[in-house]
Design a protein around this ligand. Structure first.
Ligand SMILES: Cc1cc2nc3c(=O)[nH]c(=O)nc-3n(C[C@H](O)[C@H](O)[C@H](O)COP(=O)(O)OP(=O)(O)OC[C@H]3O[C@@H](n4cnc5c(N)ncnc54)[C@H](O)[C@@H]3O)c2cc1C
Length: 390
């Protein structure tokens, strides 16, 4: 690869949002580079549920998850100690491991003509007004051998997900950031695997909740959230958390009986700023913020990847029409503000009072209403299309 040091667009982070943006910019003939710190695609802390709203956005980016081994998900089950309700999704959802999906997106960006720099971390991002920048955005990038260089671009796009770049931290003080996420793959017993097939299960327990669903390779993804204090009271130990969740939910206990862990230890993530949305950037020099850098929706909505793809798409469209990052950020705040507020309120309430999940027994449409209110704009689920089974 011949690396040019000046680009139309510097895309920082080659996850969902960064790759999707690069695909669109490269297809429009823009000279862009994606800088991704991981040399090879890694497992990520994620429930890996591709909602019905996410699928068209992925297909528009040229990704067809079914061809990559994605599993079909047709129903959502709400579980506390036992199953409370089952909702048939209005159209099918899928599940696919992030390792497979992120690799496919990066590969697609490369095919579209983007330069992909893997194994380089952006250490600093200097705005055009900086005296060292000469009117361009400049990024200092370093690899594992401590080789550093600067690359520059007319615009910079921040798609670093949950990782904040030094000097460009998100203002997350009003978010729900007291939860820790832990993810493990399991091989379930054949009987439990058959019972889980086609379903995503949302399991509530005091102090948090977990998602369980099948993924490719005959595996099941258990992605759990738990309050920091509760995890601390368990000595921050995965085995004790697992024991706690199994005790709280006989349903989960049955699912995991005879199951084999597929990773040496769980992947973890803390300080997730649920409810964050990008602040106004009018009058300031700001990079364009995409994906989790723009908005973080509680995991129980299963729509973070949809938001990453949607923000990437809108950023590309507005950039190509000559609009500013501030206009884009304003749009994101307007589109997602209400959804984020509402879903974060729900997430806080359910973590504090998991018994709230029992509302689905007496008021099943509560769930469909919540889902309709938290969807990616332009692809809303209409509540009347949800078939309910309790
Ligand atoms: C517990 C949990 C469960 C979830 N479950 C779901 C779900 O089931 N369905 C769903 O749709 N969403 C889910 N999400 C949300 C989803 O994972 C995120 O919203 C989505 O990954 C955001 O995409 P992104 O591109 O913004 O960030 P990411 O996908 O995290 O990508 C960011 C990339 O930037 C790179 N990077 C970071 N810093 C630098 C740097 N300095 N230099 C270079 N590269 C850098 C990283 O290596 C990474 O590859 C979940 C999130 C959590 C926490």
């Amino acid at each position: 690869m011949i690396l040019s040091l000046n680009h139309d667009a510097l895309v920082i982070g080659g996850g969902i949002a960064g790759s999707a943006l690069a695909i669109q910019l490269a297809e429009a003939g823009r000279h862009c580079v994606v800088i991704e710190k991981a040399k090879t695609t890694q497992h990520k802390v994620c429930g890996e549920f591709l909602s019905p709203e996410t699928l068209p956005l992925l297909r528009r980016a040229g990704i067809h998850p079914e061809n990559l081994g994605a599993q079909t998900i047709h129903s959502l089950r709400i579980v506390a100690r036992e199953m409370l309700a089952e909702i048939t999704l209005p159209s099918k959802a899928l599940s696919l491991t992030r390792r497979t999906l992120d690799e496919a997106l990066l590969e697609r960006a490369k095919q579209a003509g983007a330069n992909i720099l893997r194994g380089f971390t952006v250490e600093r991002l200097l705005p055009p007004a900086d005296e060292e920048s000469r009117g361009l955005w400049r990024a200092k990038i370093t690899n594992a051998s401590h080789i550093s260089m600067y690359i520059s671009g007319s615009e910079a796009f921040l798609a670093t997900g949950k990782h904040d770049l030094r000097g460009w931290q998100r203002q997350t003080n009003r978010s729900q950031n007291s939860l820790v996420a832990l993810k493990m793959y399991f091989r379930l017993s054949p009987e439990q695997s058959a019972q889980l097939a086609g379903n995503v299960e949302l399991i509530f327990y005091p102090g948090g909740y977990a998602g369980l669903q099948p993924v490719e390779g005959n595996a099941a993804n258990l992605c759990a959230l738990i309050s920091r204090e509760k995890l601390r009271s368990m000595g921050s130990r995965w085995d004790r958390l697992l024991e706690y969740m199994r005790l709280q939910s006989p349903h989960l206990e049955r699912r995991l009986t005879g199951a084999e862990s597929l990773l040496g230890r769980p992947l973890t993530l803390s300080s997730i700023p649920y409810g964050f949305s990008v602040e106004s950037s009018f009058g300031t020099e700001s990079p364009w913020r995409l994906g989790d850098q723009a908005a973080v929706i509680p995991s129980l909505c299963g729509d973070g990847m949809g938001i990453a793809l949607h923000t990437a798409r809108r950023a590309a469209e507005l950039y190509l029409r000559g609009k500013s990052a501030a206009v884009f950020h304003d749009e994101v705040r307007h589109q997602f503000g209400r959804r984020l507020y509402f879903s974060t309120l729900l997430s806080r309430a359910i973590v504090a009072m998991p018994a709230l999940a029992h509302i689905t027994r007496v008021w099943p449409s509560a769930l469909s209403d919540i889902f309709a209110a938290t969807r990616v704009p332009g692809a809303s689920i209409h509540t009347e299309t949800l078939g309910m089974r309790c």
